[in-house]
Design a protein around this ligand. Structure first.
Ligand SMILES: *[C@@H]1O[C@H](CO)[C@@H](O)[C@H](O)[C@H]1NC(C)=O
Ligand SMILES: *[C@@H]1O[C@H](CO)[C@@H](O)[C@H](O)[C@H]1NC(C)=O
Ligand SMILES: *[C@@H]1O[C@H](CO)[C@@H](O)[C@H](O)[C@H]1NC(C)=O
Ligand SMILES: *[C@@H]1O[C@H](CO)[C@@H](O)[C@H](O)[C@H]1NC(C)=O
Ligand SMILES: *[C@@H]1O[C@H](CO)[C@@H](O)[C@H](O)[C@H]1NC(C)=O
Ligand SMILES: *[C@@H]1O[C@H](CO)[C@@H](O)[C@H](O)[C@H]1NC(C)=O
Ligand SMILES: *[C@@H]1O[C@H](CO)[C@@H](O)[C@H](O)[C@H]1NC(C)=O
Ligand SMILES: *[C@@H]1O[C@H](CO)[C@@H](O)[C@H](O)[C@H]1NC(C)=O
Length: 336
């Protein structure tokens, strides 16, 4: 009887293999903390319910379980890591110089560094800057609802009620790792609306009924007023079609695989292709191959390597997001 009881308990515990985590800290919530959120009606906003990780499973669309030991780290809506803490003057005003004088206005510095006019380059095309913006969109896309209407101030976790931390942290929607969120988890809405559920494929723009306004496929990229959408739509179209190309080939090779398996395996390969391009082709243009090898980002051979480090928080930094968002200003605004 005892054995049966224990077995039953164990079985039950495994069945409901889910835990609720704090969206801001990424830590598991105690019942007490959870009930504080429940009483404040903040469960939906400030927590994430994650089914237990399986070491054999493929990458999840929402970014959970990237780190098996800390499943909520890196899940969409968790904050990007901040490397350097900000220093403000009183009331979040820009800090003063050590002398006590005001520092130069950041806009002046920006305009000095970034040329405000068009410049031709013999080596680089718009494909490079478009890929940069596409890369940013993967890790830094911001959902409209996170901006205050009328001013370009970002909503913070503090204002949502999910943190009392003294450093304001803006809410970013997508998963903070390079995993083609723009293709697979657009607007933090999961994969449901982009999958065809046939042969592991994604809905292709070409197949979408353009007169059906409920399928406003590109609205993802229409959040900024003067946003040069063309380069991003093009990138997205290529990666969607490439996913389907991979799925088609995998289906031919593996007739027993179902839609789910084909979808997940194709996604893995598509992300790997994206990362290979990002690291070994695109980043090399900026930082140089030798340097990237020396600092351990690139391997000096074409073989497989596993440099996964479970002590690392799977996320890009907030600083990286701010800097890479400037690729927006390098896109040709007339490229519509
Ligand atoms: C609780 O929050 C949800 C959204 O998170 C909202 O739709 C609902 O109206 C809220 N309920 C109350 C009683 O405030
Ligand atoms: C979390 O999800 C599991 C399984 O989907 C469910 O049984 C559980 O009630 C959920 N917990 C909360 C607090 O929503
Ligand atoms: C273009 O690339 C060549 C060869 O790497 C280099 O010598 C040249 O300086 C580059 N030109 C510009 C404008 O970057
Ligand atoms: C932006 O608007 C929100 C809501 O109206 C307001 O609370 C916030 O203080 C504003 N931020 C700035 C920098 O004006
Ligand atoms: C922040 O502090 C307030 C007041 O002490 C408390 O009610 C609330 O639960 C705290 N929120 C978090 C996320 O810790
Ligand atoms: C923005 O976020 C809200 C809340 O999470 C969600 O309901 C909405 O669908 C998102 N919008 C877009 C365009 O992704
Ligand atoms: C496209 O969508 C419209 C509006 O929902 C519908 O009337 C029309 O029949 C659809 N066309 C096709 C080919 O499915
Ligand atoms: C990479 O490997 C090649 C061939 O072994 C070697 O010549 C080169 O110095 C290596 N580069 C770095 C940065 O280690």
């Amino acid at each position: 009887m005892l054995v049966t009881g224990l077995f039953f308990l164990y079985f039950c515990a495994n069945l409901s293999g889910a835990a609720v985590y704090d969206i801001f800290t990424g830590e598991a919530l105690s019942d007490e903390q959870l009930s504080i959120y429940q009483n404040a009606n903040l469960t939906e906003t400030c927590t994430v319910n994650i089914t237990s990780c399986d070491t054999e499973e493929l990458r999840r669309v929402d970014g959970s379980c990237n780190n098996i030991n800390r499943p909520a780290k890196g899940v969409s809506l968790t904050p990007p890591k901040r490397i350097v803490l900000p220093v403000f003057d009183n009331d979040y005003n820009p800090r003063k110089a050590v002398s006590g004088n005001s520092l130069p206005v950041s806009r002046d510095i920006g305009q000095t560094i970034l040329s405000g006019y068009k410049r031709n380059d013999c080596n680089f095309t718009q494909l490079m800057t478009s890929f940069g913006m596409f890369m940013f969109w993967d890790v830094g896309a911001l959902n409209n609802s996170r901006w205050y209407p009328g001013n370009s101030t970002l909503l913070s976790y503090q204002e949502l009620g999910c943190s009392n931390d003294s450093v304001l942290t803006p809410v970013v929607d997508v998963t903070n790792v390079f995993d083609l969120s723009g293709i697979y988890n657009p607007g933090n809405n999961g994969d449901k609306e982009i999958r065809s559920y046939v042969g592991g494929e994604l809905l292709d723009d070409d197949d979408i009924n353009e007169t059906d306004s409920s399928l406003s496929d590109e609205c993802e990229y229409r959040r900024y007023e003067h946003f040069p959408t063309m380069p991003l739509i093009l990138m997205r179209t290529w990666f969607v079609k490439y996913h389907n190309y991979i799925a088609g080939h995998l289906a031919a090779l593996n007739p027993c695989w179902d839609d789910e398996r084909l979808f997940k395996e194709s996604r893995e390969i598509n992300i790997a292709f994206f990362l290979q391009t990002l690291l070994y082709e695109w980043l090399e243009l900026f930082e140089g191959r030798e340097h990237l090898i020396n600092v351990g980002i690139l391997a000096n051979d074409t073989g497989f390597r596993d440099i996964y480090d479970e002590t690392k928080y799977p996320t890009v930094s907030l600083e990286f997001l701010y800097i890479s968002s400037w690729f927006l200003s390098t896109l040709d605004a007339n490229a519509e």
